[in-house]
Structures are given as structure tokens and as C-alpha cells.
Design a protein around this ligand. Structure first.
Ligand SMILES: [Fe+2]
Ligand SMILES: [Fe+2]
Length: 318
């Protein structure tokens, strides 16, 4: 959706806590027009939030682009608040990121969308560092609906957990997070009817779908500031450790480590997420299937690390 030549950006209403004064204006999109809903300096009451949540389809609330930094500061101050518990912080962080992710796949200016979404990862890494159970809560919120933008964010969250379990340095963790966020960016170039099709794809449709790693590489190559590792994760995330993946049929360690990680977290998310045409697998069943039926496709050490992230997580949130 092209929105008034980029003058507004989407927010999720669930990032706004009742009875806290906002220092930016919030608009509603009604019949294609932006209508001022909340003045800066006002606050939403609980009742109003409850009423509005019914309408929060994720795309009806907006803030002016010039207030983007103010909104980001708002989210950060919520992250630092001592009166909000870790689970609510994880929810706010996730919801604020999802609105940005929608733009990543829909904004006509892809380079701008790539730049805008990159700081998401920094916020997640900071949150993980500050809140001991942060990763567990983030993981517990993942996997409800399958959209390309939810999926990309969830693949990133799992990858950050995996990277942390593999003792990645903060700089590598951040790069891995960004790489995972952009792994399916090439789906911008796949026909929407194919992306949204319920049920199996025809041979021709599948051929186009399988080109999304190349399409992604083309998009990332046109950006002035993308590392080779980020491009590799995008181009190589459908390679298989056994050598029968696509597009290059790389084998084992020929695949970039970020590509090997995204291959795991990508499949895991697809298996455990609700889609309209299948029911999700439990985390345990998904990992067991990846270890047994799909053995050989994934880096075995990394698959073990995923296991430890998920089942350590279960203990933490139990
Ligand atoms: Fe993909
Ligand atoms: Fe994916």
C-alpha cells in the first residue's frame, strides 16, 4: 500500500500503553484519509484502547514520518521502564517491529525500507542483553500467523537465539539478525498471487518462487551498504547441507554460516507456524522431524544449538 507519498508510517496500537502521555500524534486511516485520533500530550484510556483493539488490523494507525525518531524513543523508554514486565516489553518490541516489517515488504522505496528496518535488530539485541528471559518471551510470542513479514521477524528472533547459543560476538549477532530479517526480501519480486496462494503451487509458480534467493541478491546488491555475509544468507538460505538445495547446490561448509543458520530457523518457523492450509507442529515434533526425516539437510552442530535454545526456553517460561 502506498501511503500518502511516505508522509506517515504504520504503528501497532498495541505498542501504546494506556494512560501514558504520548509525545507524538496518532492518526487513523479512514476511507483513505488520515484523521487525527490522538493529539501529542494526550493519552489513551484503557477503555478507548480496548475499543480500538477490535479495529487494530495492524495497518490502520499511523504516525507522521517526522515523528519517527520520537516514536522510536517512546518504544525505547518503554523498554527501560521498571513498571513494565518482561513479557509486556517483549510484546511492545515485537509489535513495534512488525509494523516496520510490513513496510519492508510493501514500501516502494526498498533501500529506504532496508535502512529503516535495520535498527530493529539493535533493539532486539539490547533487549536480550538486558532481560535474562527476554529471548524466551520473544520465542513464546512467535509463530501465530504466517505472513512474510511475521515470518522474517520470527526467523530473526530464532537466529539471534541460535547465534547467542553459538557464542557469536555482539557484532556478528547483529549482522546475523539483519541477515535473517532480509532473507526473504526477494519475495518482493515474486507475484503476489503466488505468494498468497493457498495450497500447492504449479510447476511454473514453483519455478518463480524458487527464484526468490536470486531476486533478493539483486535487491541487496543495489543497496550501498550490505555486507557480503548478509547477501550470502539471503542467497544461500535454501541450500542444503547435503548438497541438494538451491540455487547453487552448495555442500556443507561451502554454505555461509549465516545461510546454514537461516536454513534451520526458516524451516523451523514454517513448520511451527499456523497457516491457513495446515496446522502447526509442536516445537519438539518440528525439531525431531528436522533431525530424523530431514537428516542431512542441516548443519548438525547448529541443529543441536537450536534444540538447546528451544528447550532451555521451555524450562525458563514454565
Ligand atoms: Fe526463503
Ligand atoms: Fe523464509
Amino acid at each position: 500500500m502506498e501511503i500518502d507519498e511516505g508522509k506517515f508510517f504504520r504503528i501497532r496500537l498495541s505498542t501504546i500503553r494506556a494512560d501514558k502521555v504520548t509525545d507524538f500524534k496518532i492518526y487513523l486511516l479512514i476511507d483513505g484519509h488520515f484523521v487525527l485520533y490522538l493529539r501529542a500530550g494526550d493519552k489513551l484510556s484503557d477503555a478507548k484502547i480496548g475499543l480500538l483493539h477490535g479495529r487494530d488490523s495492524g495497518n490502520s494507525f499511523f504516525v507522521r514520518v517526522e515523528d519517527r525518531e520520537t516514536y522510536r524513543q517512546w518504544v525505547r523508554s518503554e523498554m527501560n521502564s521498571e513498571t513494565i514486565n518482561s513479557l509486556d516489553k517483549a510484546k511492545i518490541l515485537r509489535e513495534s517491529a512488525l509494523a516496520i516489517m510490513e513496510d519492508l515488504f510493501e514500501n516502494p522505496d526498498v533501500n529506504k525500507a532496508l535502512d529503516d528496518s535495520r535498527p530493529i535488530i539493535n533493539d532486539f539485541v539490547t533487549f536480550m542483553g538486558r532481560e535474562p528471559e527476554g529471548m524466551s518471551y520473544l520465542i513464546s510470542l512467535s509463530g501465530h500467523d504466517f505472513y512474510t513479514y511475521n515470518h522474517s521477524l520470527d526467523v530473526s528472533i530464532y537466529a539471534l537465539g541460535l547465534g547467542a547459543a553459538l557464542s557469536f560476538s555482539p557484532a556478528n549477532l547483529e549482522e546475523l539478525g539483519v541477515a535473517s530479517l532480509f532473507h526473504d526480501i526477494g519475495k518482493r519480486s515474486v507475484n503476489l498471487d503466488i505468494l498468497c496462494k493457498k495450497g500447492p503451487l504449479s510447476d511454473d509458480e514453483w519455478t518463480q518462487m524458487k527464484q526468490h534467493p536470486q531476486f533478493g541478491l539483486i535487491i541487496l546488491d543495489q543497496h550501498p551498504n550490505m555486507s557480503d555475509a548478509i547477501k550470502a544468507a539471503c542467497y544461500e538460505h535454501h541450500e542444503s547441507f547435503a548438497g541438494n538445495g538451491y540455487p547453487q547446490q552448495l555442500v556443507g561448509n561451502e554454505i555461509h554460516p549465516y545461510g546454514r543458520i537461516v536454513a534451520i530457523t526458516d524451516t523451523y518457523d514454517a513448520m511451527t507456524t499456523q497457516r491457513s492450509y495446515n496446522s502447526p507442529m509442536s516445537p519438539f515434533d518440528a525439531v525431531t522431524m528436522m533431525k530424523e526425516k530431514l537428516a542431512g539437510r542441516y548443519d548438525p552442530d547448529m541443529l543441536k544449538a537450536l534444540y538447546s535454545v528451544l528447550f532451555k526456553m521451555k524450562k525458563d517460561t514454565a
